[in-house]
Design a protein around this ligand. Sequence first.
Ligand SMILES: [Zn+2]
Ligand SMILES: [Zn+2]
Length: 171
Amino acid sequence: MIIRVSEIPEAGLAIEGVGEFPHPFQDAAWTLEALSLFVEKDKNDVCVRGRLSSSVPQTCSRCLQQFAFTVSADVDTRFCPRPVGRDEEVELTADDLEVDFYADDLLDLNRVVQTETELGLPMKPLCRGDCRGLCPVCGGNRNITSCTCEVRVPDPRLAALKDLAVRLSSR
Ligand SMILES: [Zn+2]
Ligand SMILES: [Zn+2]
């Protein structure tokens, strides 16, 4: 959804639902599930506030299974007119942490949806908080099968602790 900044009404513009966003993402496998935005002019700037949630396919970093991750993002972005002429650095003030630009009177809300969703993706995706991962011996998914492989990787720190415990208890 692209809006003309000059056509944003004085009272602001409320956008509810995903109907206006048939293809907001570059990746067609991503889905926008819910959206509620309020677009408001502040002199030459445009403020976009609200919430959105999207579903993005992810690969679990422990068990390598695909799963749908739901991003719920708060939107609070200020768009300033892109400065023309010199490539001067634009100084951002502390309360304008999320500042972006628009140009030619056009504000691309698809980009807001894309950016906010990307920012909400986990660095290390997990299919669930207690994912048990893959067995390092047979490669089986421990969430599904419980194999009987013996994992013989003695941890030297654990061994030292055991030694200490034995010595303490034999005093
Ligand atoms: Zn997993
Ligand atoms: Zn195994």
